[in-house]
Design a protein around this ligand. Structure first.
Ligand code: NZQ
Ligand code: ZN
Length: 386
C-alpha cells in the first residue's frame, strides 16, 4: 500500500433534523453570507428551516449560483463579502453552491490581484474564510472534501481548485431533502458517485485490500439502491444510503494508498465547458469508451469488479468486456445517454478535436494512473463515444 496522509476535519451531522444544530455551530457574532442556487431551497422548506435556526445570527443572502458555478456570478458575491465585512460563509445547496462557496472562501482571503489566478495558476488554498454546508443534493461529495470546480463561460473553461483550507467546518446532511429532487438530479447523483469510486478503483491491482472492498461495497450499494432511489426518493432509508454512498465516494478515504485515474473527470469537465452537458452525464459519455479503449491495461481490475460487484464468471478478458457493457447499461437504465449523439449537439463528428483543442489550450494532455493518456488517446476515446 502506498504511503498516505489523511485529515478529515469536517464535522458531519448526518440525519433527520440535523439543521437544528446550526445555530450552535456558527459563532453568534459572525457576519454570515448564506449562499444558494436558483431557488429550490425555498420550495422544499430548507431555506425556511435554516433561517429559523439562525434567527439570532446576522445573515446576508446571496442567491442565484447556477449549476456549474459561474465565475462572474461569484465575483458579485465576493463584492458583498468585502463591502459587508462578511467573516463566515454558509453554502445551502448541491455541489455547485458548495463549490462556488469554496471559491469565495479562497478568494476572500486571496492576496493576489485577480482571483481567477487561483484556478488558472492552480494556486492551492492553505487558508480560506471559514464556511459550513447544508447539503441538498447527494452526488459530488463536495460537502466533505476540499475540492471545487468553477466555470468561466466567456473563455469556455471549467477549472478545478482545492487545498487544505477548503474543507467545510461542518456539513449538515439530512437525507430527507432527497424527496424533493427531480429524476434528472437523482440519476446524476447516482452516476457521479459511481464514477468517483471508479476513478479511484479502476486502475491496476495493488495490495490495498480494504480500499478495494470499501469501493466495491459502495458500487454494489449504488447498483442495489438505484431503482429505489429513482422510484421512491421519499423513502428515508434509501435516501440515507444514497447520501452516505455519495459522501463516502469522495470524502478522501478510498483514494488513499492506491493509484488514482481521474481521466474521465478531466475530459468530462471539458464537455461541460463546451456544451453545457450536466457533469454526471459527461462522465457517462466518457467512462464506457475510456474503459473499452484501456481494456488491456485495466483488464485485471475490470475483471475483479465484474466478479465481485456484478457477479460475472469466465476468463478475465470476457468478464472485463461484459463488465463495461453492464456498467453502460446501468447508466442507460437511469435514463442517462452514454453517447455524445444522445445530447443533441452541433456537428458531433467534430467534437473529439474540439475537446482536445480546448484541453491543450490550457495545458499538455497527460492523464490516467500511468500518465500515458495523451491527446491522441483522448481523441480516440471521444471518437468511440460518438
Ligand atoms: O439551483 P437550485 O435551485 O438549488 O437547483 C439545483 C440545480 O438546478 C437543483 N437542486 C439541488 N438540490 C435540490 C435541487 N432541486 C430540488 N430539490 C433539491 N433538494 O439541482 C440542480 C443541480 O445542482 P448542482 O449543485 O449543480 O448539482 P451537483 O450537486 O451535481 O453539482 C455539480 C457540480 O459539482 C461539481 C461539478 O463539476 C458541477 O459543477 N463537482 C464537484 C466536485 C467536488 N467539489 O468534489 C466533484 C465532482 O466530480 C464534480 O466535479
Ligand atoms: Zn464527479
Amino acid at each position: 500500500m502506498m504511503n498516505f496522509n489523511l485529515e478529515l476535519p469536517t464535522h458531519l451531522f448526518f440525519g433527520k433534523e440535523q439543521h437544528l444544530q446550526i445555530g450552535n455551530l456558527i459563532p453568534v457574532n459572525a457576519k454570515i453570507l448564506m449562499t444558494y442556487g436558483g431557488g429550490s431551497i425555498k420550495k422544499n422548506g430548507v431555506y425556511q428551516n435554516i433561517r429559523a435556526a439562525l434567527k439570532n445570527h446576522q445573515v446576508t443572502e446571496f442567491g442565484g449560483i447556477e449549476a456549474n458555478p459561474e465565475y462572474s456570478t461569484l465575483c458579485k458575491a465576493l463584492e458583498i463579502i468585502k463591502t459587508e465585512k462578511i467573516d463566515f460563509l454558509l453554502a445551502v445547496g448541491g455541489g455547485s453552491v458548495i463549490d462556488g462557496t469554496k471559491f469565495l472562501s479562497s478568494a476572500a482571503l486571496f492576496q493576489g490581484e485577480d482571483p481567477w489566478e487561483i484556478l488558472d495558476k492552480g494556486i492551492r488554498t492553505e487558508t480560506g474564510m471559514p464556511f459550513g454546508v447544508v447539503l441538498t443534493l447527494p452526488a459530488t461529495g463536495s460537502e466533505m472534501n476540499s475540492g471545487a470546480v468553477i466555470s468561466r463561460k466567456e473563455i469556455g473553461q471549467k477549472r478545478a481548485m482545492g487545498g487544505p483550507g477548503l474543507f467545510p467546518k461542518f456539513s449538515i446532511s439530512d437525507p430527507s431533502v432527497v424527496a424533493s429532487l427531480p429524476q434528472r438530479q437523482l440519476a446524476n447523483g447516482l452516476v457521479d458517485a459511481f464514477t468517483h469510486v471508479m476513478e479511484q478503483y479502476m486502475t491496476y491491482p495493488t495490495s490495498a485490500t480494504l480500499q478495494d472492498r470499501i469501493s466495491e461495497g459502495i458500487l454494489t450499494t449504488l447498483i442495489e439502491i438505484a431503482p429505489k432511489v429513482m422510484d421512491a426518493p421519499d423513502d428515508y432509508n434509501t435516501a440515507a444510503n444514497f447520501m452516505w454512498c455519495c459522501n463516502m465516494a469522495l470524502n478522501g478515504i478510498i483514494q488513499k494508498g492506491v493509484p488514482n485515474d481521474w481521466s474521465i473527470h478531466g475530459i468530462g469537465h471539458e464537455l461541460t465547458a463546451a456544451y453545457g452537458i450536466d457533469h454526471a452525464r459527461t462522465l457517462a459519455i466518457v467512462l464506457p469508451s475510456m474503459y473499452r479503449y484501456k481494456i488491456n491495461q485495466k483488464q485485471e481490475k475490470l475483471a475483479q469488479y465484474g466478479r465481485r460487484v456484478l457477479g460475472l464468471s469466465g476468463d478475465d478478458l470476457s468478464i472485463a468486456s461484459e463488465a463495461i457493457d453492464r456498467t453502460e447499461a446501468f447508466f442507460n437504465s437511469l435514463g442517462i445517454g452514454t453517447k455524445i449523439t444522445d445530447y443533441n449537439i452541433d456537428k458531433p463528428q467534430e467534437f473529439p478535436a474540439k475537446i482536445c483543442d480546448a484541453m491543450e489550450a490550457q495545458r499538455a494532455i497527460i492523464l490516467g494512473e500511468h500518465k500515458d493518456i495523451k491527446r491522441d488517446d483522448v481523441f480516440n476515446v471521444l471518437n468511440m463515444a460518438i
